[in-house]
Design a protein around this ligand. Structure first.
Ligand SMILES: [Zn+2]
Length: 259
């Protein structure tokens, strides 16, 4: 496992500066900041946290939420960076997830003691009781249901947009991934599915999800939105899709993949 280093921060090839869920890129491209800018941010104490992982060749800094404008650069939502399709997206995801985890993991849940960085692994250790705390990952499923060439997509009640997407939900204690898919679809739509097929996975740092993507076929029932999470459910033909999530998201991949 790569090791975080804070004591001897080196400015490596990939340089991620975050502020909230935005990332700093060049004003007219998705290029990351140059070494001099990162050095300047560190020297001027603009970062609330920072570290590097030499094994993965990146350095990352978290600036305050009201981070200043930096000449020649712009802050863009991390999702927009993902949509650019650059190959370093997994690395950027890891940097952002670990920074957020460090910010939210400061005291031991057992004894209340302060946590400090482990010198052996990517973990934090309680100064009093020695408990080791690892970064958390929350498994979630995302499912595209099809019936005779049409795709079942949902508009979410809380997001207040006209974007339609796949159905999704978190895995609960005691259930398998497959049981989770069946339960989520039943709860959110009232339908039953068959022919469940695993498609792939994606790390998704909003917050710390591992999205496990599936396709399934409709088996029975009329889709009826639960109205709490889902405002509207509709079948769409592949060549007449509504607004869908952007490129770079696993939902986009599921919807556009014609397999
Ligand atoms: Zn403790």
């Amino acid at each position: 496992m790569p090791m975080l280093s804070r004591s001897a921060v080196r400015i490596l090839q990939y340089r991620y500066l975050f502020s909230g869920i935005t990332v700093l890129v060049s004003r007219d491209s998705l290029d990351l900041p140059n070494e001099a800018l990162v050095r300047r941010c560190l020297d001027n104490q603009l970062a609330s946290d920072w570290f590097c992982e030499p094994a993965l060749d990146y350095t990352t800094l978290m600036l305050e939420d009201d981070a200043p404008e930096l000449s020649g650069y712009r802050w863009i939502p991390l999702r927009e960076y993902f949509a650019g399709g650059k190959p370093d997206v997994p690395r950027a995801t890891r940097a952002m997830s670990l920074l957020k985890w460090r910010r939210n993991t400061r005291f031991c849940g057992t004894c209340g003691g302060a946590l400090h960085d482990s010198t052996e692994e990517t973990a934090r250790k309680c100064i009093l009781c020695g408990r080791i705390v690892f970064p958390t990952i929350e498994p979630a499923v995302i499912v595209l249901v099809r019936r005779e060439g049409e795709l079942l997509l949902a508009r979410h009640a809380q997001r207040n947009t006209n974007v339609f997407t796949c159905l999704a939900g978190f895995v609960e204690q005691g259930e398998t991934i497959e049981q989770c898919v069946v339960r989520e679809i039943r709860e959110e739509t009232g339908i039953e599915i068959k022919n469940l097929r695993y498609v792939g996975s994606q790390s998704w740092p909003f917050p710390d999800q591992l999205m496990l993507a599936f396709k399934a076929d409709w088996a029975s029932g009329e889709p009826t939105p639960d109205k709490t999470e889902i405002a509207e459910l509709r079948w769409f033909k592949q060549d007449a899709l509504p607004s869908i999530p952007p490129r770079g998201s696993v939902a986009y991949r599921l919807i556009m993949d014609k397999e």
